[in-house]
Every structure is written in C-alpha cells, then in structure tokens.
Design a protein around this ligand. Structure first.
Ligand SMILES: NC(=O)c1ccc[n+]([C@@H]2O[C@H](COP(=O)([O-])OP(=O)(O)OC[C@H]3O[C@@H](n4cnc5c(N)ncnc54)[C@H](O)[C@@H]3O)[C@@H](O)[C@H]2O)c1
Length: 450
C-alpha cells in the first residue's frame, strides 16, 4: 500500500457507495468503505458485489486485491483510518435517503444515524462530503449536528457533492462524469475536493462550484427535469392513442430538433427505481416547506402521468385477454426498473406484473439479472429461467424492461411457445413489423393496434 496516498472513507456501500469506493481506489487513494449491513461488508471484503452492476465486480476485486480498498462495519475504524492519513480526513456519505412512509418527504434518519455514529469518534479536523440525494438545507443541518457531537467541533466541515451516476453505467459515470458539482462553505473545502478530483478535472471534466443549498438543488432539479421529459412524451402517447397518431414517429420528429433532443424521449411504461420517483416527491415536499409549492406543482402531474402508464399497460394486456385475466397465463419479460441492473426498487415492470397477478392471472416473469431481487419483493409471482420458458402457454406477453436480449429474440420462435400471439410492448423497443409478420397482435403505448 502506498503510505503517502490520500485516505478516503465511504459510508454506506450500496449501489452508489460501493461504486464510489472502488472508483476512488482506482484513482489511487486508500479507501475504507463502511456499512451497517454486515453481510454486505463481508461480500465486498471478499471482492464480491452483492448486486449486478456491469464492470464493478472486476474493479472491486482488483482494488481489494491491490490492498487499496477495505471494508468495515465500525465507525471507530472509519475515524481512525481517516485521521491516520496525510491531510485532513475525507468521509463520503452515501447512505440511502428513501421516501418517508406515508409522506412525500425524504427520510433523512440514515444520515442522522451516521452523524450520531461517526461524529463522537472525530477528534481531528475532517471534511464530511455528502453524496446522497437530499433536500436543500440538509448539509447545513448535518454540519451543525457534526459540530455538536464531534470532539473536533467546528473543525468538522460538511460539503455536498451530489451524484449523477446511472445504474448500469455506474463505473463509467463515476470515472468519466459529464460534470462534477461541489457545494462548499469554505475555500479550504473547495481546495480539498479539487485536489481529490484532480485526475478527473485534468481529463477535462467540468466542475461547478456552488454553495451548499445549490449543490443539493442541482440534483433535485436534474431529476425533476428528466422525469418531466419522460412524462411529457408519455402524455403525448396518451394523446396519440386518442387522436389516432403514432407517438414513436412523433418522438422521432421531435428528437431532430436540437433544442429538444432525443434522450429520455422514448415513450413507454415510464420511470421507476430508487431515485426519480422518490426524488421528485421529496423535492415537492421541500418546496412546500419553503413556501414555494406552486413552483413545483407541475411535478405532481409528472408523477400522475407516470403512474397512469402502469395502469394503461395493465389495461392493454387485459384487452388482449378479451377483457379478463381470470384463468389466463401472462408472460412478463423484465423485472428490473431498467435494463443493465438488478435493481427492482419501485420497478414499473414488477408493479405491472403484480397488478395483473392480483387481477387473477397466473404471471410468469423472466429478467436476465433481477429474478432474485424481484422474488424477494414479489414472492407469489412465478419466475422462469429464460424468456422462452416464461412465454410457455401465455395468452399475452408483456415486454416491460428493455434488455437487449428481448429485442434479439425471433418472434416466430416465441410464437411457437405461447397459447395466443398477443404482445404488449411496454417500452416501444420491439420491432412491430417483425412481430406482426410472425402473426402477433402488437400493442404499445401511444400507438395504434397492429
Ligand atoms: N443508485 C443510484 O443510481 C444513485 C444515483 C445517484 C444518487 N443516489 C443517491 O445515493 C444514495 C444511496 O443510494 P443507493 O442506491 O446506493 O442506496 P442503497 O440502499 O443501495 O445503499 C445505501 C447503503 O447505506 C447503508 N446504510 C444505511 N444506514 C447506514 C449507516 N447509518 N451507516 C452506514 N451505512 C448505512 C445501507 O446498508 C446500504 O448498503 C441515495 O440518496 C440515492 O438517492 C443513488
């Protein structure tokens, strides 16, 4: 281990933290990851990622083997590790900030638990850098908490460095982000973070330095914009269905307008996952507390359009089953909230599968990576080992997560396995002509019946 290397700790080693820890080690720092989940820590220590993220297992194994990356469950060890390095310790906070039960607001209790667990061990100056997505004002409050609980008092400074990585591209997005945002309360904190990210800044990654509140707001605003763009095209899909239009052609035509662009403009089942839905709700809740709820009233509609997509998808499938799911077999391709991850948090695919099952169908699901995570959340659904096995005897087939694997399947081959050739393409990602030619009825959100 390089004795002169800067030391970084990462608290909370889930999708975000495990990636951040491995990538910081890749940049040459000595890294200690910490989590309260002892099983996760044991897996990571053995060089295993307890979830699916392309490229991360190789990076983690490499850094653990090189001795630059270790994991612990101990706050005392985190503090001691940081204090022993050159320069002030840098502790990254990557814990979850889910939606509060029964409310729109974010549950910040995991961050508060870190302050209570870590601060009493901090006797030396340190920079605590939040990466979790939080409502504006959290960093200041957390800073006060650390100052009150740490022996080092106000020598513990809190900065915010929101994270924009996408699951499925997490390593790439961390090592080659399209921008870095740091919210700081002092020139020292800015200098520390500039020095930490020097390898990325040297490679041309743009850096935006802000105050704490703005950094927190950038993340909320980015997610609000992305979810609005998705719900915009999905609202157009609703209108297309009613007007006899085709939302895919409409989307393509819009995408050639460079002011609009084609990213996040594919109509379909809408967004889900551990970020967008809870983040736009937390943003609305915070705006309400700040007395500017009207400014974000449109996000309520964005959320409503998104949720209607799930209901409409169930409706399309029921129509294919002659109006009732009772006694019908339904095949669902996809369970993850999007391709290239096994994350099923607030997954539209899984939500649709569960709704159809509740309405009396026997639903068989297949996902290339998320069968295991989905089984834990929806144990009453049947999970198949392949896309074709899921299709066996089905009266309708739903394509709900756009894995490449599904696009590559020959509709004629699937046709030989099902009881009736009805497909609902919830992601507008299959080739309607190919399915139609193979004798299928093709239905998709925002398009006319084929
Ligand atoms: N997953 C993403 O793609 C992504 C992208 C950008 C931002 N974020 C944000 O990052 C944060 C984390 O998201 P995630 O998806 O990694 O969540 P996650 O649930 O996968 O990971 C959170 C981890 O924190 C651990 N933890 C909880 N309390 C702890 C404590 N007191 N001390 C130490 N560890 C603790 C949990 O055990 C878990 O392993 C959230 O605020 C999220 O909104 C996530």
């Amino acid at each position: 281990m390089d004795a002169a290397a800067r030391r970084v700790t990462v608290i909370g080693t889930g999708y975000l933290g495990a990636t951040h820890a491995a990538c910081m080690a890749e940049l040459g720092y000595e890294v200690l990851g910490m989590d309260v989940d002892a099983e996760k820590v044991a897996a990571l220590s053995a060089g295993r990622i307890p979830f699916y993220e392309p490229g991360l297992p190789e990076l983690l194994a490499k850094q653990v083997a090189a001795g630059r990356l270790r994991f612990t469950t101990s706050y005392a060890e985190v503090a001691a590790f940081g204090a022993a390095g050159p320069g002030p310790a840098m502790h990254f906070l990557c814990v979850n900030t889910p939606q509060k039960k029964g409310e729109y607001a974010a549950d910040l209790s995991y961050l508060e638990a870190v302050a209570e667990g870590l601060a009493p061990h901090l006797a030396e100056p340190a920079l605590v850098v939040g990466k979790s997505t939080v409502p504006a004002g959290t960093a200041v409050r957390l800073g006060e908490r650390f100052a009150a609980l740490a022996p080092a008092g106000h020598d513990i400074e809190v900065a915010w460095n929101p994270e924009f990585l996408r699951e499925g591209f997490a390593v790439e997005d961390t090592l080659r982000p399209d921008r870095l945002v740091i919210g700081v309360g002092s020139a020292t904190a800015e200098a520390e973070l500039r020095s930490l990210y020097a390898p990325l800044l040297g490679a041309g990654v743009p850096l935006v330095v802000t105050d704490l509140a703005t950094a927190e707001l950038v993340k909320a605003a980015a997610n609000a914009f992305l979810s609005t763009k998705i719900s915009f095209i999905n609202a157009m899909a609703e209108v297309c269905e009613a007007a006899g239009g085709d939302v895919m052609a409409l989307s393509e035509a819009l995408s050639h307008d460079t002011r609009i662009g084609g990213r996040f403009l594919t109509p379909g089942l809408g967004f889900g996952g551990g970020c967008l839905p809870k983040d736009i709700r937390a943003f609305m809740a915070r705006a309400g507390e700040l007395g500017v709820d009207q400014a974000l009233a449109f996000l309520r509609e964005v959320d409503a359009i998104n949720m209607r997509r799930r209901i409409r998808t169930v409706d399309l499938a029921r129509e294919q089953c002659a109006g009732s799911f009772l006694g019908k077999r339904v095949a669902v391709w996809g369970a993850a909230f999007k391709p290239n991850t096994d994350d099923v948090r607030d997954s539209p695919a899984l939500n649709v599968a569960a709704q159809i099952q509740l309405q009396g169908a026997q639903v068989t699901v297949y996902d290339p990576q998320a069968n295991a995570t989905a089984t834990r959340i929806e144990p009453t659904l049947v999970f198949a080992d392949s896309a074709l096995e899921a299709a066996d005897g089905a009266h309708v087939l739903l394509h709900l997560t756009e894995w490449t694997e599904f696009r590559e399947i020959d509709p004629a081959v699937v046709g030989a396995r099902v009881a009736a050739k009805h497909v609902v393409d919830g992601r507008n990602a299959l080739d309607p002509d190919a399915w139609h030619r193979a004798g299928w009825t093709y239905r998709a959100l925002g398009r006319q019946v084929r």
